[in-house]
Design a protein around this ligand. Structure first.
Ligand SMILES: [Zn+2]
Ligand SMILES: [Zn+2]
Length: 453
C-alpha cells in the first residue's frame, strides 16, 4: 500500500488506515473449504475443456454454469446479452460485488496431447469448419468461479451484502460485455459497487497471482480500410490509379504515427495485419483492403492515433488522385482495463495475506485487451488480476533457458490445472470476503481517488 499513499495526504491516510482495519477481520478460504469445493470445480473444468464453444454460441457452457450455480442456491438469469448469465446471492445489507468469468473458446486446434484435449470441430459464422479449443483458459475461470460460488454460499456468516456472478459471452470478439450492458445489465440487476475478474496465463507459475495498479491492459481498435483506385492492365499504368502503391505508401506513413506523433514513452501500437488486393501479376486491381489493430492505454493517446490514421489514409489517397476517399471502418473496439489504484493496493494486501506475500507478484501492464473494460467504462471501480498458470517446474526451466512457454491462444496452451484452480478459488474468496466485509459507503470513499495520470 505504501507507494500509493503519498498522493492522498495525511487526512486520507487516516481514512485508508481505518478502512483497512475495518476490512481486516475476514479470513481467507481455508484449505478444507477449497478441498470441499475442488472436486466439482475440477469436474466442470474437464467437461468444459472437452466441450468448448465459440464466441456468442456458448449455450451449453452457459447452461452448465447456470445449473451449477442454481444448485448452490443462486438466483440465476440466463440469456443476458445473448448467452450471458447473471447469478445473485443476497446475504443481508452491504455492498454488491461482481465477479466475472468469460464463457467462450477459440477456433484453435488443440495440440497439447492431454487425455482431455478438445476434439471439437464446428461450423463458424461464415460456414467454415473450424476446430475449437479453450486456448485462453476461460474454462479455468468458470471452474474457479463455481468453486468460489460454493464456498461463498456455504459460509454466509463470513460476509454480508450481495454477490453478483457474471458469465460473460464473446470476450474473444470483444462484444459480449457491451451486449450485456445493452441488455440492461445495470438496470435489471443490483448495480455493483466493485467488479472483479481474473485471467490465467503462463507469465507466472501456478500458485501465484499477478497484481497491477492503474492500467492493466490496453485499449483495442480493429480497423478495416478500403483504398479505392482505378484498375487496368499491368503494362499500362498510365491509364490506372494503382491502389497497391497507395496502400504501400499508406502502410509506411502509418508507421510514423507512433515514431513521430506520439510522445516518446507513451504506449501505442499500430499494426497492419493484412493487405488484400489483386488476382494476377499483370492486373492492377481497383481496390485494396488493409486490416489494422491499434493499442494504447491513455484515452487521449488513442484519440490522437485514431485521428492520425484517418488523416494519413485520406491524404495518401488524395495525393495519388484516387477517384474517391477511402472507407475507414472501426468494427471492434474496447477501452483499456484500468485497475482502481486504491482498490488494487488494498486487494494486493488481501491476496498477500491469503496466499503468502511471495505468491503475489507485481506485474507490468499488458498490451493485450479485454472487454471487461466496458464494465469499468460504465463507472464500476474494478480490480482485474492475473492468475499464474504455468507448471512451476516448466516455468523455472523456461526462465533458466530464456525460452517462452506457450502463451494464451496457442494450440499448446495448457495450464497446470490443480494448483492454478485451487489458487484461483482461494484468491477469489479472499477478495470477495474482503470487499463483502465493507459498507458500500466505505468502498465508494476508497475508490473515489483520482485516476492516475
Ligand atoms: Zn483470449
Ligand atoms: Zn482470455
Amino acid at each position: 500500500m505504501t507507494p500509493a499513499l503519498h498522493k492522498f495526504g495525511i487526512a486520507s491516510l487516516f481514512l485508508l488506515a481505518t478502512l483497512t482495519l475495518s476490512a481486516g477481520a475476514q479470513t481467507p478460504a481455508t484449505s478444507q473449504e477449497v478441498d470441499s469445493a475442488y472436486p466439482e470445480a475440477h469436474a466442470l473444468y474437464l467437461d468444459l475443456h472437452q466441450h468448448p464453444e465459440l464466441s456468442s454460441h456458448e449455450t451449453q457452457t452457459a447452461a452448465k454454469l447456470a445449473n451449477g450455480l442454481r444448485g448452490l442456491g443462486y438466483d440465476v438469469t440466463e440469456h443476458v446479452g445473448g448467452t450471458g448469465i447473471v447469478a445473485l446471492l443476497k446475504n443481508g445489507p452491504g455492498p454488491t460485488i461482481m465477479l466475472r468469468t468469460e464463457l467462450d473458446a477459440l477456433p484453435v486446434e488443440e495440440k497439447t496431447g492431454l487425455a482431455y484435449a478438445s476434439k471439437v470441430h464446428v461450423k463458424d459464422d461464415s460456414g467454415l469448419e473450424v476446430p475449437v479449443m479453450h486456448a485462453c483458459g476461460h474454462d479455468l475461470h468458470m471452474s474457479a468461479l463455481l468453486g468460489t460460488a460454493a464456498i461463498m454460499a456455504h459460509s454466509k456468516d463470513s460476509w454480508h451484502g450481495t454477490l453478483l456472478l457474471v458469465g460473460q459471452p464473446a470476450e474473444e470478439t470483444i462484444s459480449g460485455a457491451k451486449k450485456m450492458l445493452e441488455d440492461g445489465f445495470l438496470q435489471r440487476f443490483p448495480r455493483p459497487d466493485v467488479a472483479v475478474a481474473l485471467h490465467v496465463d503462463n507469465q507466472a507459475p501456478a500458485g501465484k497471482v499477478q497484481v497491477t495498479s492503474g492500467y492493466h491492459s490496453a485499449s483495442a481498435d480493429s480497423i478495416r480500410i478500403t483504398i479505392f483506385g482505378k484498375g487496368g492492365h499491368g503494362a499500362a499504368p498510365q491509364f490506372t490509379i494503382d491502389p497497391v502503391v497507395i496502400a504501400a505508401r499508406t502502410v509506411i506513413a502509418l508507421q510514423t504515427i507512433v515514431s513521430r506523433e506520439v510522445k516518446p514513452g507513451e504506449v501505442a501500437v499500430v499494426t497492419v495485419g493484412y493487405i488484400h488486393a489483386g488476382t494476377k501479376n499483370n492486373i492492377i486491381p481497383d481496390q485494396v483492403e488493409l486490416g489494422l489493430t491499434v493499442r494504447t492505454y491513455k484515452p487521449e493517446v488513442r484519440k490522437k492515433v485514431l485521428a492520425a490514421i484517418t488523416r494519413i489514409t485520406n491524404a495518401e489517397a488524395q495525393a495519388a488522385g484516387a477517384p474517391r476517399a477511402p472507407s475507414i471502418e472501426s468494427y471492434e473496439s474496447t477501452d483499456a482495463v484500468y485497475n482502481n489504484p486504491a482498490l488494487a493496493s488494498r486487494l494486493q494486501s488481501t491476496l498477500a495475506s491469503a496466499l503468502g506475500a511471495d505468491n503475489v507478484v507485481v506485474a507490468e501492464p499488458l498490451v493485450a485487451s479485454e472487454d471487461f473494460a466496458y464494465f469499468i467504462g460504465a463507472g464500476i471501480p474494478s480490480f482485474y488480476f492475473g492468475l499464474g498458470g504455468a507448471d512451476p517446474a516448466k516455468f523455472a526451466q523456461a526462465a533458466s533457458t530464456g525460452e517462452a512457454l506457450p502463451y494464451n491462444h496457442s494450440p499448446l496452451f495448457a495450464p497446470d490445472v490443480e494448483p492454478a484452480l485451487r489458487t484461483g478459488i482461494s484468491a477469489e474468496v479472499a477478495v470477495l470476503r474482503n470487499l463483502l466485509s465493507s459498507s458500500p459507503q466505505d468502498l465508494h470513499t476508497l475508490t473515489q481517488q483520482p485516476r492516475q495520470p
